[in-house]
Structures are given as structure tokens and as C-alpha cells.
Design a protein around this ligand. Structure first.
Ligand code: UD1
Length: 432
């Protein structure tokens, strides 16, 4: 299994091209199930999760082709852009089996378009990162509201809508990104109007709504808590661009703040990162918006401690909580980091402690006492976002850090070591 070796203490200088967002690419790819015509997606990142979803979609009969090239090293954003074409001319199978879906939670979302287009679906309950129980009860309740008949048997959801789905009002008991994606896709082909309240407003939801609109759906209010969808009989092909990855951008912004230096995050969008940039400014890091991205810089002054609490968008994203904690391990004082979205998302704490971080947990809040120095060590990635918090800490630590179980990182970060090395970090992948 691959590992990542880092020797800390180098400033980051240069440019990092931000890839397309994993969490936007996945629902857009799934939307291809809704039409028999091709859906062309630009700026798709090449990640393990994307490859896994290609396998899941392939099992349903979706053909896919890849165009565009991979760049040799960290270069302009355009060199990373890849276009993938998905064509679900015929759905050959409405079963999403355990061995495919159990590896990633988003695989479960195929239930929405399969049900809407085919009137039936049999989907294994999902997998994904081990960061909490992550139920799908609201997704199922929402589909029931649209008239689906559902039964859970032997780890599978059996869903049927023999007479098609019907538009309805559905109020999410809790904000859910995946739930909003599934309902948007299902309601687009339902008969009549659907009104979703307490919907997720994440930029990835807006990207999916734009994709569905380009395919002929009638949607208003995406990006707010209330979304209206007027169902149509058929959707058609379209060409849509995946938005830049705000989690990747935030991660590299924290890396620059961690090491000091000056880096342009090419393609990053400030409007997708309001709470993150506010927290970063409070640490004493400079951020400036430029025509082609965000410039992050920090002189070697002390890092100020900052308290954060994760929340649904536009709040501080849970997917950046671990990385921010990595940064705060070297702050000049005590910070408090509260996780409100997932109940078990602190597995990075014990690994950060191996590098000398001082963190104590009380319920859903971590108290981080900044230390003057971290020392390199062997650490283990436990989930996707935790893995990059260890990279950030490794970049600040004195000496060598080896991060194992890098496959977690490969699920969501495209060529991380190449991008950081091109900016002066001493980081490499050890294969095997
Ligand atoms: C998506 C993101 C993930 C991010 C999360 C929150 C993708 C592929 N993944 O995950 O990176 O961390 O949003 O921003 O886009 N819940 C229920 N019942 C449900 C659905 C959700 O109780 O039916 C709960 C979850 O357990 C969690 C909370 O709602 O506590 C939010 O989860 P949700 O927004 O659904 O996360 P995902 O869509 O799975």
C-alpha cells in the first residue's frame, strides 16, 4: 500500500491548480442515468471515488468515454481539465449491488434517478468514510413522499413506483446534501410540482441543479433552503462544467497558512468559501482575490488561534474541520473546534497527537493547545479528510512524517503530492 513521506519546514511558493469538485462530479455523473442522451461533464477530477462510480454506473448500462489529457506536473488549471461523457441509452440493470455501493456512500444516490426513470430500483445500503452512522432515512422518507413504495430486506432497499413518481412537498428534518441531490433528481422526472424545504444550499447542489436545468428540468431556488421542481416527462443530453473543489482549495489554503509562503490557488472561488476564508483571515493569513484565483500568503508571524464550529453551507464545512485542526496545532494559544454534522469525526486527533499535538476532546468539541513545535512521526490516515490534516501537520513538523493508508486520500485529492512538491514542499509518494 502506498505511503506519503513528508519532510516538514519548507515554505510553499508558487501556484496550485484546483481540480474539479469530487462532491459535485459524483451527483452530476449520477444524473446521467436520467436520460438516454449523452451527458458531457467538463473538469472532472480523476479520483478513486470517480472511478468507483464509473463502475457503479457501468453496471446499470452507462457507457463512458474520457477525453482530455493529464498534465505531467503542477501546471495551469486547463491542463487538468478532463471531459467525461456518460450515455445511459438503455438501463440494463436496476440493481446496485453491495460490493459496488458499499465502498462509497454517494453510490446509494442512484436510487433517485433509477426510480424516476425506470420505476424500480434495488440498491444496497451505502458505505463510505467511517465518520458516523450516516443513515439514509430522510432520503427514503423523501422518496416515499413522491409516492415510492420502499422495503428494506437483507441490506437492500427495494424501491418501486410502478405508476411513476408524483410531485409533493417534503420538509427535510435535517439538512442533507445527499438527500437534496436525490430528491432533485427524482422530482425532475416526477409528475407535477415538488417543493423541498430545509434543503441543502451547498455549491454542489447548485451545480447539480444547473446540470438538471441544462438537461431540461424546471428548477428554482437552488442555493436557498426552498427549492421548487416542476417535473417534466423527459430529460435530454447536455454539457456541464464541474465547479472547482472548495474543499481542496481550503485544504491548500490551510497548508500555505501552516508553512508560511505565498501561493495562488488557481481556479478557487472565494464565494464558495465564506466561513473558511473568514476563519483563515483571523489566523493572520492574507487572502486576496485575483482574476484567476485566490492568493494566500502568510509571513512567518505567529498563527492566531481561532474557534470554529462546523455547519451546513454557508457555515464552516465539516470536510475542512480536520485540516483546520491540523493548522491550529501550531497556533499561538488555545482554539476550540466543534463538530456538529457527524458524531464521530475526530479520528485524526490521536494521529495528530503522535506528531506532538496537544488536543483534548470533550463531547463534540476539541480543545487544541498550540505547541511551539511538532516532530515528524509515522501516522495513519483514518478517513479522507483526516488524511490531509496529517499532511498539513507533517508540512509543519520538524523531520520526517510518513502517512500510511493513503488510499483514503486518493479518494478525494488529485495528485496531492505533485501539487505540493511543485510549490517547494518536500513530499513524495512511496509506492507499494
Ligand atoms: C456530503 C458529502 C460529504 C460531506 C457531507 C456534509 C458527498 C459525496 N459527500 O455527504 O463529503 O461531509 O455532505 O457536508 O457529497 N443524515 C441523516 N439521514 C439521512 C441523510 C443524512 O440522518 O437520510 C445525516 C447524516 O448522518 C449527517 C447529516 O445528516 O449527520 C448530514 O449528512 P449529508 O449532508 O447527507 O451528507 P452526505 O450527503 O452523505
Amino acid at each position: 500500500m502506498d505511503r506519503i513521506r513528508i519532510v516538514g519546514g519548507h515554505r510553499l511558493e508558487g501556484e496550485i491548480a484546483i481540480s474539479g469538485a469530487k462532491n459535485a462530479a459524483l451527483p452530476l455523473m449520477i444524473a446521467s442515468l436520467l436520460t438516454e442522451e449523452p451527458l458531457e461533464l467538463e473538469n472532472v477530477p480523476l479520483l478513486a471515488d470517480v472511478e468507483q462510480l464509473i463502475r457503479i454506473l457501468g453496471n446499470h448500462g452507462v457507457d463512458y468515454t474520457l477525453t482530455g489529457r493529464r498534465a505531467a506536473a503542477c501546471a495551469k488549471a486547463a491542463a487538468y481539465a478532463r471531459t467525461m461523457r456518460f450515455e445511459a441509452a438503455e438501463i440494463v440493470n436496476t440493481i446496485a449491488p453491495y460490493d459496488l455501493v458499499s465502498r462509497m456512500r454517494a453510490g446509494f444516490w442512484v436510487i433517485g434517478p433509477l426510480l424516476a426513470r425506470m420505476g424500480e430500483a434495488e440498491v444496497s445500503l451505502p458505505g463510505g468514510c467511517a465518520i458516523g452512522t450516516r443513515p439514509v432515512d430522510f432520503i427514503l422518507d423523501g422518496l416515499r413522499a413522491l409516492g415510492a413504495e420502499l422495503a428494506i430486506e437483507s441490506g437492500y432497499v427495494h424501491a418501486g413506483a410502478p405508476h411513476g413518481l408524483r410531485g409533493a412537498a417534503y420538509d427535510f428534518p435535517k439538512i442533507t446534501v445527499g438527500g437534496t441531490h436525490v430528491m432533485l433528481m427524482a422530482a425532475s422526472l416526477a409528475e407535477g410540482e415538488t417543493v423541498l424545504t430545509n434543503a441543502a444550499a451547498e455549491p454542489e447542489v447548485v451545480n447539480l441543479a444547473q446540470c438538471l436545468q441544462a438537461m431540461g428540468a424546471q428548477i428554482s431556488g437552488a442555493g436557498t433552503r426552498t427549492i421548487c421542481i416542476k417535473g417534466v416527462k423527459k430529460l435530454h443530453g447536455a454539457k456541464v462544467k464541474v465547479i472547482p473543489d472548495r474543499i481542496e482549495a481550503g485544504t491548500y489554503a490551510f497548508a500555505v497558512a501552516a508553512t508560511g509562503g505565498n501561493v495562488l490557488l488557481r481556479g478557487a472561488e472565494a464565494r464558495h468559501l465564506p466561513a473558511v476564508l473568514e476563519a483563515l483571515r483571523q489566523t493572520g493569513t492574507q487572502i486576496s482575490e485575483e482574476a484567476d484565483g485566490l492568493r494566500i500568503s502568510r509571513a512567518m508571524a505567529h498563527l492566531q488561534p481561532v474557534n470554529i464550529e462546523t455547519a451546513a453551507y454557508p457555515g464552516f464545512p465539516t470536510d475542512l474541520q480536520a485540516q483546520f485542526m491540523g493548522l491550529m496545532t501550531r497556533a499561538d494559544g488555545v482554539s476550540h473546534i466543534t463538530e456538529t454534522i457527524f458524531e464521530n469525526r475526530f479520528m485524526h486527533v490521536q494521529e495528530l497527537a503522535r506528531l506532538g499535538a496537544q488536543i483534548s476532546l470533550s463531547g463534540q468539541t476539541a480543545e487544541v493547545r498550540g505547541v511551539a513545535e511538532l516532530k515528524g512521526a509515522q501516522v495513519m490516515a483514518t478517513d479522507l479528510r483526516a488524511s490531509v490534516s496529517l499532511v498539513i501537520a507533517g508540512l509543519m513538523a520538524e523531520g520526517e512524517t510518513i502517512v500510511s493508508r493513503v488510499y483514503h486520500l486518493d479518494r478525494g485529492f488529485e495528485r496531492l503530492e505533485e501539487k505540493l512538491a511543485a510549490c517547494g514542499a518536500e513530499i513524495e509518494r512511496l509506492r507499494g
